[in-house]
Design a protein around this ligand. Structure first.
Ligand SMILES: *[C@@H]1O[C@H](CO)[C@@H](O)[C@H](O)[C@H]1NC(C)=O
Ligand SMILES: *[C@@H]1O[C@H](CO)[C@@H](O)[C@H](O)[C@H]1NC(C)=O
Length: 181
């Protein structure tokens, strides 16, 4: 009898221990999760290619994309994932530049690179991306074709690998982190 009560007390203490720890873990996770923006705030980064100019173009503005595909020789190529239209916690601007001579749209999250690249006109902020792999984001990879004077962005390792192996692009690393499309 005595040992049964002892055993029950031991179990009770064990459950209290597990419960308190679960609460503590929950409390630790809550502020971390709260920093991730609502996915509903993210918008598609639309993607198109102008085959004759050899230019990949990206915008969150559906009207602008519509004009590009209807009148400027661009062909819609889906999207490059979701980014944020407005600044959200822990995000950084994705700057958009344009070389009107070589017809190349160029995107970078580095203000230093934006300011130091020659021959490009700064066209403003395309949207906001994460500077590191946060909140379920994936790398937006950047490739460059000197021959085609084209900056190319994709979240697909396979597609970038193919562009490098077969289309003459070189890897230029990761531009930022976006939510998968
Ligand atoms: C979207 O693009 C259209 C066409 O270029 C432009 O008139 C409009 O102001 C843009 N909207 C935003 C929110 O930038
Ligand atoms: C961009 O255009 C300039 C002329 O404005 C040209 O000299 C330069 O080579 C171009 N840059 C790239 C990277 O192609």
């Amino acid at each position: 009898m005595k040992s049964t009560i002892g055993l029950m007390a031991a179990f009770l203490l064990f459950y209290i221990y597990v419960y308190v720890n679960a609460q503590a873990a929950g409390n630790n996770e809550a502020p971390e999760a709260a920093k991730c923006a609502d996915r509903k705030k993210a918008v598609l980064l639309l993607r198109a290619l102008n085959p004759s100019a050899g230019d990949h173009f990206y915008t969150t503005n559906a009207t602008e994309m519509d004009i590009a595909t209807r009148t400027l020789g661009y062909v819609a190529e889906g999207n490059a994932g979701f980014i944020f239209k407005d600044h959200i916690e822990r995000s950084v601007p994705l700057y958009r530049l344009h070389n009107l001579t070589t017809i190349d749209h160029f995107y970078t999250a580095s203000a230093k690179e934006r300011d130091s690249v020659g021959g490009y006109v700064y066209e403003g902020i395309a949207g906001y991306v994460y500077p590191e792999q946060l909140c379920g984001s994936v790398a937006l990879l950047r490739g460059w074709s000197a021959q085609g004077t084209d900056h190319f962005y994709t979240t697909s390792d396979v597609e970038m690998e193919n562009a490098i192996l077969h289309v003459g692009y070189v890897s230029e690393g990761t531009t930022g982190y976006v939510l998968p499309g």
